[in-house]
Design a protein around this ligand. Structure first.
Ligand SMILES: [Zn+2]
Length: 333
């Protein structure tokens, strides 16, 4: 009977599920890397509804899935409403600083930017944006740093004009409103993204690297030197320093954020006594994962492997190793 890579329970093989190394929400690749009889159904279900879901729905990487065309938004698709991904207009114009999110266009063919119901309040200096349900009464604005001796202007955004007048009147504002600008669907707006990478996202990335190790080097991946990483991913246990950090520099020679392919890279390598994983999704961030931090009787020098997952062509290519040049992985010719 197989033993689960994560919870280490030995169960009948009917209690195991297939697990994709790179979650299928990031592409259905030809010859995809699938772990069979490696991860039990309990762990697979847990990952699906926690780590994988958050990685797909609350990250800038998840948002990029809609650029590859394979993914159309559903009615309830929303990006930019979570703690880990927010967006504000950053064009220096009328709506500068207003918060926006992505939702489906009216024909649901693509994601478009949509405004939050909110008000931009100014005393002639900077504009502060309040969501509609958090707008203070006019006389309470001084607590937010406004000078009530000056003229207060309010610009509603994402709110019907009549509804805005009614709400502003009830909160003590002069309702001769400034004109409301329109944000048309699909228009080009500069957006400032504010992303944060929380523990759940780090664990989701660590799982990709560890799944990849298990796919390439199954026997090594089951060793006890990976217990810390395993329990971090599966149980959110934190037994040592944070194993997932962001790393600078290109993972593949010649790639920059501006010239990045629509692709993911997953690689593992030995670094003396450590086993390291490298993950990037759509080349947004380069994550470095410490999969095992020493404790090997024999140094695992054979671990050195990487693949690029092209999200345009849905092909997977092996990266070649060229350690002599100090760059362990380079793309295929
Ligand atoms: Zn399990």
């Amino acid at each position: 009977m197989p033993t689960c890579l994560y919870c280490r329970a030995t169960k009948d093989s009917t209690l195991f599920n297939r697990e994709h190394v790179v979650p299928e929400s990031f592409g259905r690749f030809r010859g995809n890397f699938v772990l069979k009889n490696v991860i039990c159904r309990d762990c697979n279900d847990y990952f699906g509804r926690t780590l994988d879901l958050k990685l797909a729905r609350e990250t800038v990487e998840g948002l990029d899935r809609y650029k590859i065309g394979a993914k159309s938004p559903a009615q309830g698709t929303r990006f930019g409403l979570s703690d880990t991904l927010t967006a504000r207009i950053s064009d220096g114009g009328f709506h500068h600083g207003a918060r926006v999110f992505w939702g489906p266009s009216s024909d649901q063919s693509r994601l478009v930017l949509l405004p939050f119901p909110q008000y931009g309040v100014s005393d002639g200096r900077e504009t502060t944006w309040f969501t509609a349900d958090a707008l203070p009464r006019r006389e309470g604005l001084s607590r937010h740093g406004f000078d009530l001796e000056r003229e207060i202007t309010v610009k509603p955004f994402g709110i019907d004009e009549d509804a805005a007048r009614a709400q502003l009147g009830s909160l003590g504002y002069n309702t001769s409103l400034e004109r409301v600008g329109e944000t048309t669907e699909g228009s080009e707006i500069n957006i400032r993204l504010n992303g944060s990478i929380d523990r759940t996202l780090r664990r989701a990335v660590a799982k990709i690297a560890y799944n990849y190790l298990a796919f390439q080097y199954q026997r090594i991946a089951t060793m006890e030197q990976f217990t810390v990483l395993r329990r971090y991913v599966r149980y959110d246990e934190f037994l040592g320093p944070e194993p997932v950090t962001l790393s600078n520099g290109p993972l593949i020679a010649g790639t920059t954020p501006e010239k990045a392919p629509m692709a993911h890279v997953v690689a593992v390598e030995n670094n003396g006594d450590q086993i390291l994983g490298h993950v990037t999704l759509f080349f947004h961030f380069r994550y470095l994962v410490v999969l095992a931090d020493g404790g090997f009787l024999i140094k695992p020098t054979m671990v050195n492997q990487g693949h690029i997952f092209n999200a345009d062509t849905l092909e997977i290519y092996q990266l070649t190793s060229d350690a002599r040049r100090g760059r362990p992985l380079t793309p295929p010719d």
